[in-house]
Design a protein around this ligand. Structure first.
Ligand SMILES: N[C@@H](CCC(=O)N[C@@H](CS)C(=O)NCC(=O)O)C(=O)O
Length: 224
């Protein structure tokens, strides 16, 4: 069996959401943990843009965007119906992910790396990030997930970034952010699924044994 190869980085929220989708799709991949300071030549050769995650399929196709990796995985198998939210149209779900990936991420980066900015700027980015969390709250007041009673692509696509936002100053986050959002985030962080996705691997080198993710070894696993 030829498995796709995923170049991944444990703490990267984009790689995290790719792994979450692969797990939800029950899609095994060969996982290669990447050190961002020393990216493997094998990854750079197929993806010169040099960001993680990268998924190399058995047919030679290379998918270099986390959202596309998620969509590819769930197009293979979507037992939890993450691509078909109950409570909305797909375009509306994709628009919320887009807003998280662009505006919220913009403010998150500037809030997270605050030492590069003035205190006033950091406050402004913290506040702008909070506005997005209020938007999530409006989704989460009536249902436990962003678009209904069950998770969707938006939940697993967005929470890794909210986790980073929370990590900057958890005391402030707990004091300020709506409880619905805190519970939604913590609900994800406290699951076995998240623990599985955050398993630690040493950076890959060419002679290492194959690591299959999710960690249930299919027989005769092979690399692309
Ligand atoms: N739009 C890309 C962004 C991926 C991205 O920026 N990943 C970061 C790590 S979280 C990265 O690889 N940065 C390159 C570097 O730090 O050298 C995606 O969705 O996959």
């Amino acid at each position: 069996m030829l498995l796709p190869v995923l170049y991944s980085f444990r703490r990267c929220p984009y790689a995290m959401r790719a792994r979450l989708a692969l797990l939800a799709a029950e899609q095994s991949v060969v996982l290669r943990e990447v050190s961002l300071k020393q990216k493997p030549d094998a990854m750079l050769a197929i993806s010169p843009k040099a960001t993680v995650p990268v998924l190399a399929l058995a047919n030679g196709q290379v998918i270099e965007e986390s959202l596309q990796i998620m969509q590819w995985a769930l197009a293979q198998n979507d037992p939890k119906k993450l691509l078909s939210p109950m409570g909305t149209r797909k375009e509306i779900m994709m628009a919320l992910i887009e807003e998280a990936d662009t505006q919220f991420k913009h403010h998150l980066d500037r809030y997270k790396y605050g030492s590069r900015y003035s205190p006033q700027e950091v406050d402004a980015h913290q506040d702008a990030g909070l506005q997005f969390l209020h938007k999530l709250d409006r989704h989460l007041t009536s249902t436990p997930f962003l678009f209904g009673d069950a998770p969707s692509l938006a939940d697993i696509g967005i929470f890794p970034f909210v986790r980073q936002f929370a990590g900057v100053d958890r005391a402030w986050f707990d004091k300020t952010v709506p409880k619905t959002v805190i519970n939604w985030l913590d609900g994800y962080l406290n699951t076995d699924v998240f623990a599985q996705v955050m398993h630690k691997y040493q950076p890959w080198t060419a002679n290492d044994p194959v690591i299959v993710f999710p960690a249930m070894l299919p027989e005769n696993a092979d690399e692309v």
